[in-house]
Design a protein around this ligand. Structure first.
Ligand code: PLP
Length: 436
């Protein structure tokens, strides 16, 4: 697979290079170039989930990684169900939270972990690899879990102290061993900036073999295209062959970008809906044509509290900056916390329990879906990750064992100030301990 930088059409990489570099020189993001268009979607959509994943990723990656490694990565990483659940007449939830950490980040994080060994150069003994990731909640859990106990790799998770849910925090801060959880005195955007600053430090990057697992990494983006195909396939199994409108609860816009890529590859999707909480940088841009990143504000759907979405640049690139073309494919809207709570309540009276992120997508979908269209909203996390929201609403949520097992485990997270010096110190100390 050939990729090109969003900021320099002369700058190319193969998949290996793009995964290892994370970001392109000069700060660009890697985009497939050319993007393959599959002529045989009807046949692909007839395949079962795991078969389809294997075929699609084989076409994209096997020439570089080999067929068996790709097949193995699919077996290892994409091994959990993706149910399409009817919610209202003509409206379905695609539930992406049946992986080990109960959020859709498992797709990208597990696939990234599964292919990292395949893309790495044969490792020199003692040369460290450190996965450094900033999280607004779910990424940290998925990445930490995907790398936990993998030999020769350390995973370091930076998260905004007090701004992730208690259970989310336990998911990465109780693992220990090769996982380090750092609570940063700041917001998610600060964590993201710390990661960028660390990568800009060539000495630090080399010393620790820093590798990014954030949603900018193309190894996380690619597997996310696959569940959009599953949504369309599941609708067809129900006899619905009209292309659906799919609402994506968005923060960094990696998920939506993957959907737009799938559509650009020929997947029959009528339109997407960019749904946000009060962090309305993208809806405002689509409305006014004025792109203004801003500091994030805290909301109930905390995994979407992003004011400067780092994948938006890819979407701009995919549409060559043509706002009108983008508006033909993309609808948009946002929900306040009060509207999100109302949506949760309303869905629960219809017998569906939505997490706050899915509830945002549902709320915007309901406002933007035209009569006669089939709507799908993405359920990006299990509701039990956000218990206080439901307690306040008086809605009972059963806690699945994947979460209840964490309660009572020792907390191993550490606080650090919002300074790259503090991060550098933690990494260097750790390395000292490991190599002594
Ligand atoms: C990360 C996340 C989102 C936002 O996804 P992006 O790809 O960053 O737009 C939405 N919902 C949940 C539960 C998440 O964890």
């Amino acid at each position: 697979m050939r990729l090109v930088s969003t900021r320099d059409p002369q700058r190319h990489a193969n998949f290996r290079q793009a995964v290892l570099a994370g970001i392109a020189p000069g700060g660009g993001l890697w985009m497939p170039d050319p993007l393959p268009v599959f002529p045989d979607w009807p046949e692909l959509l007839d395949l079962a989930w795991s078969e389809r994943c294997a075929v699609v990723l084989d076409r994209l990656l096997a020439d570089e990684l080999g067929r068996e490694p790709v097949a193995q990565a699919v077996r290892e990483a994409l091994d959990f169900p993706v149910p399409l659940v009817p919610v209202r007449p003509g409206v379905f939830a695609l539930e992406l939270f049946h992986g080990p950490t109960l959020a859709f980040k498992d797709f990208g994080a597990r696939f990234f972990a599964a292919v990292l060994d395949d893309v790495r150069e044969p490792r020199e003994p003692g040369r460290p690899v450190t996965i450094l990731t900033a999280t607004s909640g779910d990424t940290g859990a998925a990445v930490a879990r995907a790398f936990w106990r993998r030999p020769g790799v350390r995973a370091v998770v930076l998260y905004p102290q007090g701004r992730v849910s208690a259970l989310q925090e336990l998911q990465f801060a109780t693992l220990g061993e090769n996982v380090t959880a750092l609570a940063v005195d700041g917001a998610f955007d600060d964590c993201q900036t710390l990661v960028k600053t660390a990568f800009a430090d060539a000495g630090l990057t080399a010393r620790h073999g820093l590798t990014s697992a954030n949603s900018i990494n193309v190894a996380r983006l690619l597997p996310q295209t696959l569940y959009y195909a599953e949504a369309v396939a599941a609708l067809r199994r129900l006899g619905i062959s009209e292309p659906p409108v799919i609402a994506v609860p968005s923060g960094n816009f990696g998920n939506l970008c993957a959907g737009l890529l799938a559509r650009a590859m020929g997947l029959p999707v009528k339109a997407f809906i960019a749904a946000t909480n009060a962090n309305t940088t993208v809806p405002d841009y689509l409305e006014t044509g004025d792109y203004r990143p801003r500091p994030s504000v805290a909301t109930l759907s905390n995994a979407m509290d992003v004011g400067a979405p780092n994948n938006w640049e890819r979407i701009e690139n995919l549409f060559k900056g043509d706002l009108e073309a983008l508006r033909r494919v993309l609808r948009w809207g946002s929900q306040s916390d009060a509207e999100t709570e109302r949506s949760i309540r309303e869905l629960s009276t219809h017998g569906y329990l939505a997490d706050p992120h899915a509830a945002v997508a549902w709320g915007v979908l309901r406002a933007r879906l035209q009569p006669g269209e089939t709507g799908v909203f993405l359920g990006t996390a299990h509701p039990a990750k956000f218990l206080p929201v439901y307690e306040r609403l008086g809605i009972e949520v059963a806690i699945p064992p994947a979460l209840s097992d964490l309660l009572g485990r020792p907390f191993l997270g550490r606080e650090i100030p919002n300074e790259v010096g503090a991060l550098r110190e933690v990494l260097d100390k750790q390395r000292e301990i490991e190599s002594s």
